[in-house]
Design a protein around this ligand. Structure first.
Ligand SMILES: CC(C)(COP(=O)(O)OP(=O)(O)OC[C@H]1O[C@@H](n2cnc3c(N)ncnc32)[C@H](O)[C@@H]1OP(=O)(O)O)[C@@H](O)C(=O)NCCC(=O)NCCS
Length: 356
């Protein structure tokens, strides 16, 4: 069976390796050649937040229910694109590449500077890249893994040699800072990774899993200026431009999907002949979600990256920031296999197995 896209001239563009079609295209390995991150300088502790917005909460409640102690808030001049560009520069330096080496930029964000143009275009201009493909991905907290997957397809097929993937958010500007149910959870920041084509198929991005279930759309929503005044399935108007979430239901969803994704990744390792998962980099939401998933799967806690205590939930930026910190602090090394796991609005959930 041939699998691929047949063009009108009869040629076949195949992206699945198969004995009968493999000779028609060369598939590349997709190596992770550099990472970077950028956090705003200003830390906002639980006490700072409660005092600044007169919230009926406490440091003790936030720490014990979430594990969050502090988060970073962007300065007035900082945006998700500017944080993303700064993270990208660090990732390019780590990869030993110049902005002009890039063939593709994909940015994951739910807090872009503008509805148009895409953050990826703003980052392209800020970096001084050639006129290459640049677009945004909107998959909420799963966004970075979705963007990584999109970029992987370009690099795998030879359509791009070097791709930049960015996750960048300024959630402090999307939360209602007087709503204690949501504003305590989020922070700002950006992370980035460079993917490069390699002849070695046994390294880099090994497998990716992406899922969405729009029937859970009402659990996390951020209405914008173009949203209808009353959203479908909602009796009363939602406040515009603010994150609305059903924390308790999202919590259940997150634990279930995180368990499922870890188990699937372990099965993927067996199928691919990968010895095992050396490090788990989960989306940073709530320490209790991570603990519940580890208790169920038996995955060892000392092989999990956690920075939510310092940064809170930075949505699409959370996984690449945690990955960058893990690499820079020596938590993982060349040859290690890292599992990225993310979940969030959509509902979406996703994972990627990457050998460094
Ligand atoms: C939001 C979250 C921290 C709440 O923790 P929880 O243990 O589930 O708490 P509950 O929802 O059961 O609420 C318990 C009580 O604390 C109250 N509460 C909520 N936020 C509070 C705060 N910041 N300070 C003090 N009390 C608070 C609630 O009003 C509720 O009071 P009630 O029982 O009188 O109604 C947790 O559910 C969570 O992390 N959910 C996922 C977060 C999320 O959606 N992230 C974004 C997508 S990835």
């Amino acid at each position: 069976m041939r699998r691929g896209i047949r063009y009108s001239d009869g040629s076949l563009f195949a992206w699945v390796s198969h004995p009968r079609v493999a000779p028609m295209v060369q598939l590349f390995g997709v190596a992770l050649t550099g990472t970077g991150s950028c956090l705003p300088a200003r830390p906002v502790s639980n006490d700072d937040l409660a005092a600044a917005f007169d919230l009926d909460t406490s440091d003790e409640w936030i720490r014990t229910r979430t594990g969050i102690r502090s988060r970073r808030f962007a300065a007035p001049g900082e945006t998700s694109a500017s944080l993303g560009a700064a993270a990208a520069r660090t990732a390019l330096a780590a990869a030993g590449l110049a902005p002009t080496d890039l063939d593709l930029i994909v940015c994951a964000t739910v807090t872009p500077d503008l509805m148009c143009p895409a953050n990826a275009c703003l980052i392209q201009a800020a970096l001084g890249c050639r006129p290459v493909a640049a677009f945004d991905v909107s998959a909420a907290c799963s966004g970075f893994v979705y963007a990584l997957s999109a970029a992987t397809q370009f690099v795998r097929t030879g359509a791009a040699r070097h791709a930049l993937v960015v996750g960048a958010e300024v959630l402090s500007r999307a939360v209602n800072l007087t709503d204690r149910n949501s504003c305590i959870l989020f922070g700002d920041g950006a992370g980035a990774a460079v993917l490069s084509a390699t002849p070695d198929a046994g390294t880099g991005v090994r497998s990716v899993r992406l899922y969405a279930d729009g029937s859970g759309q009402e659990l996390i929503r951020v209405p914008s200026k173009v949203s209808p005044a009353v959203l479908p399935g909602t009796a009363a108007p939602l406040g515009r431009d603010f994150i609305h979430l059903n924390g308790r239901e999202v919590y259940r969803f997150a634990v279930t999907r995180m368990i499922e994704l870890i188990r699937l990744a372990e099965a993927d390792c067996r199928e691919l002949g990968v010895p095992g998962i050396d490090l788990l980099v989960p989306h940073q939401v709530n320490q209790r979600i991570i603990d519940a998933a580890l208790a169920d799967t038996g995955f060892p806690a000392d092989r999990v990256v956690v920075n939510l205590d310092r940064y809170g939930n930075t949505s699409a930026a959370s996984v690449p920031i945690a990955l960058d910190e893990a690499i820079r602090t020596g938590r993982c090394n060349r040859g290690d296999t890292v599992l990225l796991v993310a979940f969030g609005g959509g509902l979406t959930w996703s994972s990627a197995l990457v050998t460094l």
